[in-house]
Design a protein. Structure first.
Length: 83
């Protein structure tokens, strides 16, 4: 199954590790360090040109998505519950 992250980006639901609200980047030192490490490895991708609303962590990359974390979580749960 697949999850649409915004724009033209779709990931396999099996690749999903976590979905966070964008505010976690400002409130958590650990999340800042994690994203900084991913940036150094060139493993960060911003989807579209809209302001990011969520951070999606997969096995391979970290995505900044213009879709809210609550909407993405609902999409992910549809596949988990039905999968």
């Amino acid at each position: 199954m697949y999850i649409h992250l915004g724009g033209e980006k779709v990931i396999r639901s099996a690749e999903l590790i976590a979905i966070f609200d964008i505010s976690i980047e400002q409130s958590s030192k650990l999340s800042k360090q994690f994203v900084a490490g991913a940036r150094e490895r060139k493993d960060v991708e911003t989807i579209g040109e809209e302001e990011p609303k969520s951070i999606v962590v997969t096995k391979q990359k970290v995505y900044y998505s213009p879709i809210s974390s609550s909407t993405l979580k609902k999409r992910a749960h549809l596949f988990i519950d039905n999968g």
